[in-house]
Design a protein around this ligand. Structure first.
Ligand code: BGC
Length: 417
């Protein structure tokens, strides 16, 4: 069925090509993305090669910068100049923003023919559809409340993976005594915010939802929020002197090499460990951020097709379809560190962390413990996200006390809405 579909789309693409007479341009997709680290590039290659096998030529437009802010700035410039890329990697509320501007293509034909509605969970469909129409194809589900620990460093610190905040602090203290940087971290607003949202989640599901999804001023201004900032201050004491501005994958490398004890980061970090030949359970350990077991903060990378002319539509649809292919979703996500965006993909090819990721996601979804990641575009629109990131970063860098940060947070979120 899926193979027949590709053949039909390929024939469509070829027909269009013949009409217009320019073989290369029309079967080409120009893809804007921010997958530039080693692990990310390996995953990207899986997609690129898959498309090339189907006769679609890949034109790469990488924009470095974890979390994608720089990519979104580049996208705005391209669209403003009247030169939108064919396909764009995008997160959550950004998808909805672009759809509301009328800039994106409708994927209903391919979605209906392939039954996406039956296999894409509702939490993702909220961001793949706008006004009842499919406007994005989800390639994965990442989650952000993970900790990646060097196994030898953990063994040297007593060997037990921490399950509570107190146990986490005890392990970090031990790692400090052992002479390594306990917390490998890159001081960039989105990375600070990734740690912050895990800390907020560790103080309760209801608290996370009220503060970072519902933007409830009471939760944002609460004593619990002060506690979250106090915990950030504590975590700040475990990073090295050179953390400022460090890219996330360099922080992963510190843990891979054993100079760093652990990294608090989404599961794209696993892609770096795998790329370095490291094995879960042997070289590194993956745990949920202590106190967040059973809950998941998620983000999903989706591909959005821009309105770039009819001659490009066949190639766009082929790409949207290829991204949703179940075998592809397995092959890609095994390398990326994420889990499939479809519920009907087996976990067989996944390592233990991937299997855990799939199980945690399904269970959290069942239990009402699945929440959009604020740091990665699934909590609120970009203006709010950026306002929160700024406060979190200023506080992490010691420019605001916890009390001041709470007050600033309430004001910044209100002003950004
Ligand atoms: C994306 C991931 C990416 C990570 C670091 C996240 O927002 O969802 O795909 O690997 O940023 O760049």
């Amino acid at each position: 069925m899926i193979i027949r579909k590709f053949a039909a789309l390929a024939a469509g693409a070829a027909a269009l090509t013949l009409t217009a007479g320019s073989a290369v341009a029309e079967d080409t997709v120009e893809v804007l993305h921010w997958w530039t680290s080693g692990g990310e590039a390996s995953a990207l290659n899986v997609l690129k090669e898959d498309l090339e096998k189907k006769g679609v030529t890949w034109q790469d437009m990488p924009v470095a910068g974890g979390g994608g802010s720089e990519a979104m700035t580049a996208l705005r410039a391209r669209v403003t100049a009247g030169n939108a890329p064919t396909a764009v990697q995008m997160l959550g509320f950004d998808i909805i923003d672009w759809a509301s501007e009328g800039a994106v293509a409708n994927l209903n034909d391919v979605a209906e023919e392939e039954g996406w509605a039956d296999v894409v969970p509702a939490a993702l469909q909220n961001f793949s559809k706008y006004d009842g129409n499919w406007i994005a194809s989800p390639v994965n589900v990442h989650s952000t409340n993970w900790v990646w620990i060097n196994k030898a460093a953990l063994d040297a610190a007593g060997g037990k993976a921490p399950e509570t905040w107190e146990e986490l602090i005890a392990v970090l203290d031990k790692m400090k005594e052992n002479g390594i940087t306990p917390l490998a971290h890159g001081g960039q607003p989105w990375q600070d915010a990734t740690v912050f949202e895990a800390v907020v989640l560790s103080l309760g599901n209801d608290f996370y939802k009220a503060a970072l999804n519902d933007l409830d001023p009471e939760a944002l201004g609460s004593d619990k929020m002060k506690e979250a900032f106090d915990r950030m201050t504590k975590l700040r004491s475990y990073v090295d002197d050179n953390f400022s501005g460090r890219d996330w994958n360099l922080a992963s490398a510190m843990v891979i090499e054993g100079q760093g004890g652990m990294q608090m980061m989404g599961d794209w970090a696993k892609g770096e460990f795998l790329k370095a030949g490291k094995k879960p359970g042997e070289d590194f350990v993956c745990i949920r951020f202590p106190g967040t077991q059973g809950s998941v903060t998620f983000n999903s990378d989706q591909f959005v097709m821009f309105k770039v002319g009819e001659d490009k539509q066949a190639a766009q649809k082929m790409m949207a379809s290829a991204v949703m292919n179940p075998e592809f979703q397995s092959a890609f996500n095994v390398v990326k560190g994420s889990v499939p965006a479809r519920t009907d993909v087996s976990d067989e090819a996944f390592d233990d962390c991937g299997k855990k990721g799939m199980k945690d996601l399904a269970e959290a979804n069942e239990a009402g413990a699945l929440f959009g990641s604020m740091a990665h575009g699934h909590g609120a629109p970009a203006a709010v996200k950026n306002a929160i990131n700024d406060v979190v970063t200023q506080h992490f860098n010691g420019e605001l006390s916890s009390e001041e940060a709470v007050e600033e947070l309430v004001n910044a979120v209100e002003a950004a809405q």
